[in-house]
Design a protein. Structure first.
Length: 319
């Protein structure tokens, strides 16, 4: 019997556990032709999420495993830990707030059986505001124009990955992670399905406006080095414009004998150049920061404990 792991990274999701349990029990009952593992990753929650995980594990150790990370690392790293500890032949990633409907799972499994390695779920109708929808649309367009790896639109981490994809992702140990880009990068046979995003029933979203902006910048800088080229282009452009202006000034002063016009032109030039330089520095800095974090070569995460089916680790429950 093939085994499928459902990975649930959770940060302060104590209120979602009744729903998680209910959903996972349904998945198990409705897809009884597979063995199921439900792998919960506690991403340094400050509420009772860990206690809830321990409770679930104790009630049914055959199915519920958990990894307790040593602190809050963010969802990307929590998923990386999940890739490491998952034991299934396939892995389905879902949000612990259960915004991803389990009703999509049978379809994912069907395509997996047909031979697809990465069955990703696309949001169909999203109840987001017009502005948010448009910005994400522009963002995808921009991103796609910068790289020739096909990017899946309106797609998050909700997907089924074959073991081959999981192993590929496990070999990518970068700590500056943009997992969405990594799914695209590794290739393999991909298939998109559609789903309706559920409302969050309890707890609150961990995303603020600024973290979304950060995510967007992070997305671009980890996909491609194209912005670095922008600095070169801007440099050339400004030089050409400056040269034309230089010729113009020489002509004007020598032929028409116009007196030197100083202040406004100097101000505009300095401010403009200053802006271009700061922008270029900022772009450089974005990449340099990533290099800095990567070059330290630190492990992506540490764990307090793991309780589950991977047998090369021992029971580490602290009670
Ligand atoms: N999450 C996590 N670590 C974090 C933040 C979030 O593991 O530092 C988990 C969170 O518990 C949830 C998933 O990532 O299962 C998605 O988070 P959230 O629901 O806040 O994002 P949204 O659905 O609003 O995009
Ligand atoms: Mg959510």
């Amino acid at each position: 019997m093939k085994k499928v792991t459902i990975l649930l990274p959770a940060y302060n999701e104590e209120a979602s556990f009744d729903l998680i349990r209910e959903n996972m029990e349904r998945v198990k009952a409705e897809n009884a032709n597979y063995a199921w593992e439900f792998l919960l990753v506690n991403d340094g929650s400050t509420d009772r999420t860990l206690q809830q995980m321990i409770k679930l594990h104790r009630s049914d150790p055959e199915h519920y495993s958990y990894v307790d990370l040593s602190r809050n690392y963010g969802k990307e790293i929590a998923m990386m830990a999940g890739f490491d500890y998952a034991t299934g032949d396939a892995l389905i990633i879902m949000d612990a707030d259960m915004q991803h409907p389990i009703s999509a799972i049978p379809e994912m499994l069907r395509y997996w059986e047909e031979g697809y390695d990465d069955v990703y779920a696309q949001r169909r109708s999203s109840k987001e505001t017009w502005l948010k929808r448009k910005t994400s649309q522009w963002y995808y367009r921009l991103l796609q124009s910068l790289t020739n790896i096909p990017i899946q639109k309106n797609t998050g981490d909700f997907r089924l990955l074959d073991r081959s994809c999981v192993e590929a992702l496990r070999r990518m140990r970068e700590v500056e992670r943009n997992t969405k880009g990594m799914y695209s990068w590794i290739g393999f046979h991909k298939k998109g399905i559609y789903y309706e995003q559920q409302e969050r029933r309890s707890g609150s979203s961990k995303w603020s406006f600024f973290s979304l902006v950060n995510l967007a910048i992070n997305g671009i800088t980890s996909y491609t080095t194209a912005p670095l080229r922008l600095a070169s282009f801007l440099g050339v452009l400004v030089s050409v414009v400056a040269f034309i202006y230089l010729v113009y000034i020489i002509l004007v002063t020598n032929i028409w004998g116009e007196p030197v016009q100083g202040y406004p032109t100097i101000m505009v030039t300095i401010l403009f150049l200053g802006g271009v330089q700061l922008l270029s520095l900022g772009i450089l800095g974005e990449y340099l920061g990533k290099v800095f974090n990567e070059v330290k070569g630190r492990p992506g995460y540490f764990i307090n404990s793991y309780n589950g089916m991977r047998n090369d680790t021992k029971d580490t429950t602290k009670s």
